[in-house]
Ligand binder design. Structure first.
Ligand code: NAD
Length: 261
C-alpha cells in the first residue's frame, strides 16, 4: 500500500497494458483515473472491480487523446474528482502498419497524436501540480520500437522514438523538483493491439493463430514468450517507489531480449 494518498492517471487503461498498470497501482492504494474507449457497461464494471478489490477511488474520463483540450480537462478532472494528479502514465496507443509509400497521411497523424503528442499535452497539464506538491512520477509507455525499428511501422517507430526523447527532456527539466520521468520499452505483450497484427498475419499466410504467435515472437525476441501486462504494472509500481527516486530519463527495456541484438 505504498501509494495510498496518491492519484494516478493512466491513459488508455480500459484494455491491455494500461489496465494492467491501473490494477497494479490500485493494488498499492493509489486512486485511479481510468481513460480509454470501450462499452460503457464494461468500463463501469472495471471501475467497480478496482474500487471493490482495492478500496480506492476510481474515476473515468472519456478524454480522446487526439484532442489537447480534452487531455487538459482530464488532468483537471483528476484534481477535482480525486484530489490530485501525482502519477501520470502515458500509455494510450494505436498501431497502423503499411510501407511509407502507402501509409495514409490521416493514419500517420493519428498515430503521432495518440502515441506521442498526447503525452506532451498531458505532461504540460500535470507538471505544475506535481511541482507544487514537490513529488511526481511520469511514466511514458514507449516500446522496443522506441529504440529500434521495424518495417511497415514508420509512424509508430517515429512516435515511440519521440517518446523516449521527450522522456529525457522532461527528466532533465524536472531533475530537482522531486519528479522523475522514465520510459518503459516493452517487447511483445499479447493485447488486442498485437492480436490485430496476429489476425492480419494469419489471414495473409493462411497459417494458424498459434503458428503466427510463434513466428511473431521468433522474428524479434530471443525469449519466445510474451510479457504480461501485470509485469509492466509491477515495473510502474517500482518506478513510483522511493527505491527509484533517482532513476530518471531512462528507457527501460522489458522485452525478452528484443533490443540486445
Ligand atoms: P490496447 O489496444 O490493448 O490498448 C490501448 C488503449 O488505448 C485502450 O484502452 C484504448 O481504448 C486506448 N485508446 C486508443 N485510442 C485512444 C484515444 N484516441 N484516446 C484515448 N484512449 C485511446 O493496446 P496495448 O497493447 O495495451 O498498448 C498500450 C501501450 O503499450 C501503447 O502505447 C502501445 O504502443 C504500447 N506497447 C504495446 C506493446 C504490445 O506488444 N502490446 C509493446 C510495446 C508497447
Amino acid at each position: 500500500m505504498g501509494l495510498r494518498g496518491k492519484v494516478a492517471i493512466v491513459t488508455g487503461s480500459t484494455s491491455g497494458i494500461g489496465l494492467g498498470i491501473a490494477r497494479a497501482l490500485a493494488a498499492e492504494g493509489a486512486a485511479i483515473l481510468l481513460n480509454g474507449f470501450g462499452p460503457a457497461d464494461a468500463i463501469a464494471a472495471l471501475r467497480e472491480e478496482l474500487a471493490a478489490n482495492h478500496g480506492v477511488q476510481v474515476h473515468y474520463s472519456a478524454a480522446d487523446m487526439t484532442k489537447p483540450d480534452e487531455i487538459a480537462a482530464m488532468v483537471a478532472e483528476a484534481r477535482r474528482e480525486l484530489g490530485g494528479a501525482d502519477i501520470l502514465v502515458n500509455n494510450a496507443g494505436i498501431q497502423h502498419t503499411a510501407a511509407i509509400a502507402d501509409f495514409p497521411a490521416g493514419k500517420w497523424d493519428a498515430v503521432i497524436a495518440i502515441n506521442l503528442s498526447a503525452a506532451f499535452h498531458a505532461m504540460q497539464a500535470a507538471i505544475p501540480g506535481m511541482k507544487g506538491a514537490g513529488w511526481g512520477r511520469i511514466i511514458n509507455i514507449a516500446s522496443a520500437h522506441g529504440l529500434v525499428a521495424s518495417a511497415q511501422k514508420s509512424a509508430y517507430v517515429a512516435a515511440k522514438h519521440g517518446m523516449v526523447g521527450l522522456t529525457k527532456v522532461a527528466a532533465i527539466e524536472l531533475a530537482n523538483d522531486g519528479i522523475t520521468c522514465n520510459a518503459i520499452c516493452p517487447g511483445w505483450v499479447l493485447t488486442p493491439l498485437v492480436q490485430a497484427q496476429l489476425d492480419a498475419r494469419a489471414q495473409a499466410t493462411g497459417r494458424s493463430a498459434a503458428e503466427e504467435e510463434r513466428a511473431l515472437l521468433a522474428e524479434k525476441q530471443p525469449m519466445l514468450r510474451f510479457t504480461q501486462p501485470e509485469q509492466i504494472g509491477a515495473l510502474c509500481v517500482f518506478l513510483c517507489s522511493d527505491a527509484a527516486a533517482t532513476m530518471t530519463g531512462a528507457p527501460i527495456s522489458i522485452d525478452g531480449g528484443w533490443t540486445l541484438q
